[in-house]
Design a protein around this ligand. Sequence first.
Ligand code: ZN
Length: 125
Amino acid sequence: MCDTTELRCQCLDPQCGVEAFHETDVGADSTAACFSNVSLFDCRFCGSRWLYCSIAEEIFSRPNRWYRGPISLKQSRSVTPEYAAEILAILPWYFYGGPDFDTNGLKGSGPASTHLEIDETEVAL
Ligand SMILES: [Zn+2]
């Protein structure tokens, strides 16, 4: 883990591309309305660990929205696709973006909606 107060790694850029991370797939949680995929991201440069969740209308389409939040190694061991939204909600902050939010990346916190039918205004900035 890096000391994020001293080192401004590129993973701390909300619009940092996914290619900066090594991805470990956790699993998917699909409903009739959408398909959400949950992964653990390890930064290739500083080693920090992130919970990444992308939500799309269909399995292989581009995500309508995504969330990327910093989590501890301990937290990451208990991540499941069903539990991802709850973990995001208790993090001090996370990054989010996608067409649903009309942004390539912003910082936010609070409830995260990992299902498309939930109103996106639930995301508190
Ligand atoms: Zn990093």
